[in-house]
Design a protein around this ligand. Structure first.
Ligand SMILES: [Zn+2]
Length: 332
């Protein structure tokens, strides 16, 4: 399957898979046998990983979802840190991705250091569209082939991928490890194609570039406060709109996304003590019931993701989030 990038569409291989087989698919992708002219495969895999919980019930992700993340990741790496994503050689060649980002920056007269999420919506959409049109041709089929046709089906004309349910489960279980392997190989590639000075502190630059600045949570606070209880989700203490804090029920560091189905209102004390931990399982049941009401009242367009919170909790545990927090006193 050498010329994967030429495929217009393909289906994942549908047969039972052992964990060993799934690990070897990733081992191949991260080996020197997988050839890279650009860093796209690493960026695209990262975009899929960051969208794992945004699939619909058939595990479909659209190119628009994926390339929005992809563009955001590269915006900082390319424009802020000036890290090349392709060997420039003597002719100072740029990848199509770099051209598309520079096009967007120049078209809108954007300054170097403005983070992608601060651009107004229309600019973001335009730039993502440009990146998608330039990059989808090569990367979607190439990553498909490098993972042995096991990870997803895709259609370039339909602009979607559909993740193999067997691989989905596996990747969710080993998300943190796969993400770290991806970073490591991505960094190795970038060291090869960049000048020394560009790649100082490379791993932290990649990490920072893939980390969305947390958005303002006031919008979610208001919905939850007005429609649900004005008590701390954990200890039951009464809270006011001014004193209440918005807590990511599944830690933000694991989920890296702001979705209403993962938010609860907490008093500052509980929020501060819970930090990066999971809450005990009673609270998982409580948020799960709450999410059903959210869906009913139409506050969560992501019903499939909202219903997956119990699975995500379990995956977080398997990925090293095994310290379980309990509030001091509870009146639940
Ligand atoms: Zn509390």
């Amino acid at each position: 399957m050498a010329a994967g990038y030429l495929l217009k569409e393909a289906n994942f291989i549908d047969r039972p898979l052992s964990d060993d087989e799934m690990w070897s698919a990733f081992a191949y992708l991260f080996s020197s046998k997988s050839v890279n002219d650009t860093s796209y495969k690493f960026g695209f895999l990262k975009a899929i990983i960051d969208n794992l919980y945004n699939t619909d019930s058939k595990l479909i992700l659209t190119f628009d979802q994926l390339f929005a993340k992809f563009t955001e990741i590269y915006w900082n790496l390319v424009l802020k840190h000036h890290i090349r994503q392709k060997n420039p050689g003597k002719l100072n060649r740029q990848s199509e991705l770099e051209k598309a980002l520079i096009y967007g920056k120049e078209k809108y007269g954007i300054l170097e250091d403005i983070p992608f999420e601060s651009l107004i919506n229309d600019m973001q959409i335009d730039i993502c569209h440009k990146v998608k049109m330039k990059c989808k041709e090569n990367v979607v089929g190439a990553l498909y082939a490098d993972l042995g046709g096991l990870f997803y089906s895709f259609s370039k004309s339909g602009e979607w991928i559909q993740i193999n349910p067997r691989m989905y489960e596996f990747v969710c279980k080993h998300k943190v490890a796969i993400e770290k392997l991806n970073y490591y190989e991505w960094a190795k590639f970038l060291e090869k194609v960049n000048e020394d000075s560009a790649v100082d502190h490379l791993l932290s630059k990649i990490d920072e570039s893939t980390m969305r600045t947390r958005s303002s949570l006031a919008y979610y606070r208001d919905i939850l406060f007005e429609e649900f209880e004005n008590k701390c989700f954990y200890c039951g203490k009464p809270v006011t709109k001014r004193s209440v804090e918005v807590d990511h029920f599944i830690p933000w560091s694991f989920i890296k996304d702001d979705q209403i189905w993962n938010f609860v209102l907490a008093c500052p004390e509980c929020n501060n003590r819970k930090r990066d931990k999971l809450a005990q399982v009673d609270f998982l049941n409580k948020i799960s019931d709450r999410n059903e009401i959210l869906i009913e009242r139409d506050h969560s367009s992501e019903a499939d993701s909202a219903r997956r919170i119990k699975m995500i909790y379990d995956w977080a545990k398997k990925n090293g989030y095994n310290e379980i927090w309990t509030p001091k006193k509870t009146t639940v």
